[in-house]
Design a protein around this ligand. Structure first.
Ligand code: ZN
Length: 374
């Protein structure tokens, strides 16, 4: 079993009601109602393609259990937890900024955090080699006092704290490749040298003004936050350059005992909320990169936790490519979008992409965790 890949999914993840696309807009806004882009459909289609491809049968199902309030309170204010619970038991509301939710969301959000934790436990126990937690709602924008950008509870950060507080893990590295900045995760570990938080994201996207490369942590945590904002339109060459020149050297220097990935699939070329150009093949190669790093640095202990990704058509293929690499299984399923876009995958590194990676690498090399914090 230990050489297998764990898989977390629960049908209830698809039942979280993210309400309408403009439910957070002023009531006077003139907008024909439309479902939220953050939809259970996208994730369920990812799960269904993994099933239809035959890969699901090769994975080890890990049952998620809801994270308790005492765990959620590691990051979130009790008043916020209680507010989500109370409104979830009534008619829903907005968890903060752009995070509308309906009845029952508290339970699903607690199950999302618990699903990521269950995946990490399965890896820590040696029951599986690595795992993908396909959870919803996402988490990396959520903060102590409120949700943000569809995120209710801070799934990945809570998982890192669980590993440290309950499983005796010391240094945890988080690689966030969601197209948006992982600001909630960053805030949690801003002064904490024991968690390396790296975010690759589209420059200036969401939250606006957040995730600048100069944001490197503070106090004891100075240097343990690394931001790699990339220009809109960045593709395979930029992401691999960023991984090889910023992410991997930082991981090598930090020497994590466990690697978590905040796996948003909204840097894909089809995403309605991002302007990046990744194909399924590139998500596969990025997965190979983190597999190599985790394999060489921490006996392969690696969990990917799902974050954003809003193309219901394309997320399934990007997700399948990732899980194939984790499991070391090639299903033979062809990405129907890939042939037409080989030109996208083959685009050379643009000057502005290279400059962005240069700048991030310069800052990261100066600010990498100090040896005294190791
Ligand atoms: Zn995102």
């Amino acid at each position: 079993m230990a050489d297998t890949t764990g898989w977390v999914w629960h049908e209830r993840y698809a039942w979280h009601d993210a309400r309408g696309l403009m439910d957070s807009a002023p009531p006077e806004a003139l907008f024909e109602p439309e479902p939220s882009l953050e939809s259970g459909v996208t994730k369920r289609r990812f799960r269904n393609l993994v099933d239809a491809s035959g890969l699901l049968g090769r994975l080890v199902a890990i049952d998620p259990r809801p994270a308790g309030d005492e765990v959620l309170a590691w990051i979130h204010d009790p008043a916020y937890i209680e507010d989500v619970r109370a409104r979830s038991a009534a008619d829903g509301g907005d968890a903060g900024t752009w995070t509308p939710f309906g009845r029952g969301t508290y339970d699903v959000a607690a199950l999302a955090a618990g699903g990521c934790i269950a995946a990490a436990d399965a890896v820590a126990d040696g029951r599986v080699r690595n795992a993908y937690a396909l959870v919803r709602p996402p988490g990396h924008h959520a903060g102590p006092a409120g949700g943000s950008g569809y995120c209710v509870f801070s799934n990945v950060a809570l998982t890192a704290l669980h590993l440290q507080r309950e499983r005796g893990v010391g240094r945890v590295a988080i690689v966030d490749w969601d197209v948006h900045h992982g600001n909630g995760t960053q805030a949690t570990f801003w002064t904490d040298p024991s968690v390396l938080a790296i975010s690759l994201h589209q420059d200036g996207l969401f939250p606006v003004g957040s995730g600048r490369r100069e944001e490197t942590g503070a106090g004891e945590g100075e240097g343990a936050t690394i931001n790699v904002p990339l220009p809109a339109g960045s593709g395979r060459a930029a992401y691999l350059d960023a991984f090889d020149r910023v992410v991997r050297p930082a991981l090598d220097r930090f020497a994590p005992e466990f690697v978590l990935v905040a796996s948003g699939l909204d840097a894909s070329m089809c995403d309605p909320l991002g302007r990046m150009n990744l194909t399924s093949e590139c998500f596969g190669v990025l997965t190979d990169r983190v597999l190599d790093a985790a394999g060489e640095l921490c006996d392969g202990r690696l969990v990917l936790c799902h974050e954003g990704g809003y193309s219901s058509a394309y997320v399934p293929y990007c997700g399948l490519a990732i899980v194939e690499r984790l499991a070391g299984v090639a299903t033979g399923v062809a990405d129907p979008y890939l042939d037409d876009d080989r030109t996208v995958a083959a685009l050379p590194l643009r000057a502005d992409e290279s400059a962005a990676v240069d700048a991030a690498a310069r800052i990261a090399s100066r600010a990498w965790p100090r040896s005294s914090s190791r």
